[in-house]
Design a protein around this ligand. Structure first.
Ligand code: GLY
Length: 374
């Protein structure tokens, strides 16, 4: 059997935990060909969700079966609530009941929720079974499926219980993006733009020139965006797998986003990628206020998100109950807070982000107060 489409291969270099990211078309429909060479036993358990299963389970399964792989699937409800202790229990029980040993591979066929949950289940079942990511959203292709962060949410906050656990392979299929709702695609696009803003001004310029084509469905432009993003992420992860230092740069916009998401509530009103887009604008505005970043760069960032039709102003969702104090207290509950000091990713300009743990709280409070009042 041959693969009809060409695909790109990127390597995440992590010594004995290194793996490939394949990017291209037709990768779900040929999943078996790519997965089979990695299997220690021809038996694969797959976790997916109802939405993804509707479009992609059948071609995935057909390819796996054609390659002689015995397949079992667990289909979970879509949505953030699935990334919970309750579903972790369900998944691990299902793995044990279906029959799993240390040679059985677990595949996550889905977006960030399925990838994070399945990855954590793989990390803890039998103290670790092989795991493969088949990300089906733009956000999971360019961010969560690469780098081994796995987790579930807790009542105290998002992603608070988890593990660093690397997949053995990532299959990023451009075809799956065609069945993604536009809004969800664009939320993932914020994470693409992030790579330009944090370290690659040429890529940000590419986004300015190609963002609309990519949003309209151009598969080649999408593949280029995913490839550039994954290359950047692979480089950062290879240098700092456990976020002891520079990996924190990948959190550009996330300190603000985290506070916005807590205020609005996690769900359809504000998607994570939308919060990150607005959070990145705030990070640039704060950098400008601190005299670090030229005003025209802040405007370029905002203009680009406006041009591709993304929300740029969290105030459309806020009300009188929002205060600077409350947002700062949400920021303090972020995992990146150390000894009570908030961590911000600031920028000296487009493509020049850096980690700051000493943002003057008065400037931050002033910024938020003026922002909420204007
Ligand atoms: N999502 C940020 C990271 O993987 O480090």
């Amino acid at each position: 059997m041959t693969t009809a489409h060409k695909h790109k291969v990127l390597r995440v270099d992590l010594a004995e935990r290194s793996y490939d990211i394949l990017i291209g078309n037709g990768l779900v429909a040929s999943a078996g060909e790519h997965i089979k060479p990695l299997l220690a036993s021809p038996r694969v358990l797959t976790i997916t969700d109802e939405n993804v299963a509707q479009h992609w389970l059948e071609p995935y399964r057909r390819s796996m079966t054609a390659c002689g792989i015995e397949c079992h699937e667990l289909i979970l409800p879509p949505g953030e609530q699935t990334k919970s202790f309750e579903y972790l229990g369900q998944v691990t029980e299902w793995l044990l009941e279906t029959g799993v040993d240390r040679k059985t591979t677990l595949v996550a066929l889905g977006g960030g929720v399925i990838g994070d949950l399945a990855g954590f289940a793989a990390a803890v079942t039998l103290r670790g079974i092989p795991f493969i990511q088949v990300p089906t959203t733009l956000l999971s292709q360019v961010d969560s499926s690469v780098g081994g962060k796995t987790a579930i949410d807790m009542p105290q906050g998002k992603n608070l219980v988890g593990a660093f656990y690397q997949p053995r392979l990532v299959l990023a299929d451009m075809d799956v993006l065609d069945t993604l709702p536009d809004r969800e695609f664009m939320a993932g696009y914020a994470e693409v733009v992030k790579y330009g803003l944090l370290g690659d001004s040429n890529f940000f310029e590419w986004c300015e020139n190609h963002g609309k084509a990519l949003a309209a469905g151009d598969s080649a432009e999408r593949a280029h965006a995913v490839e550039t993003s994954c290359r950047a992420k692979a480089r950062v992860v290879a240098a700092d797998e456990r976020e002891e230092d520079q990996r924190a740069l990948l959190n550009l916009g996330h300190t603000f986003a985290h506070a916005f998401e807590i205020e609005v509530g996690f769900g359809d009103k504000l998607l994570h990628g939308e919060a990150v887009g607005m959070g990145m604008i705030s990070a640039f505005e704060l950098s400008h206020l601190l005299d670090l970043c030229p005003g025209q760069d802040v405007e370029r960032v905002r203009r680009h998100f406006e041009a591709v039709g993304m929300p740029t102003d969290i105030r459309a969702l806020s009300d009188a109950s929002w205060t600077a104090e409350r947002l700062i207290s949400h920021m303090g509950r972020d995992k990146k807070t150390e000894d009570g000091r908030l961590t911000f990713i600031l920028a000296r300009g487009i493509g020049e982000a850096f980690i700051s743990r000493d943002v003057d709280q008065t400037v931050l409070r002033d910024y938020l107060e003026k922002y909420l009042a204007s």
